[in-house]
Design a protein. Structure first.
Length: 104
């Protein structure tokens, strides 16, 4: 089946929008950050220190910089169950995107 580039691009746009919608359900609308029910705090993954400076937020995540070793990392992070759920819900969407890459 021959599809036009426009048709393929439109399908990819729909799949991309679905992936973004999946991501949005994990964000608290009042804070713009990942909802507390999905995340847990952690120490620096390099030096295990808990002294950090918040540097920016992006797409629900908080990026911090360790004051001891200067590692930049996400804190808090998804719990194991939330991360599993996130990827399981996103799996079908991503599979469709990859499946259609060849046509694109």
């Amino acid at each position: 089946m021959n599809k036009t580039v426009k048709e393929i691009h439109e399908k990819r746009s729909i799949l991309y929008d679905s992936s973004i919608a999946n991501h949005a359900q994990y964000i608290d609308k009042t804070t713009g950050l990942f909802s507390e029910k999905f995340v847990k705090s952690r120490n620096c993954p390099v030096c295990q220190n808990n002294d950090y400076l918040k540097i920016f937020t992006k797409e629900g995540g908080v990026y911090v910089k360790c004051r001891v070793c200067t590692m930049v990392y996400l804190n808090p992070i998804f719990t194991d169950s939330a991360l599993t759920s996130y990827y399981m819900n996103n799996h079908a969407i991503q599979s469709d995107i990859v499946e259609n890459d060849q046509e694109f």
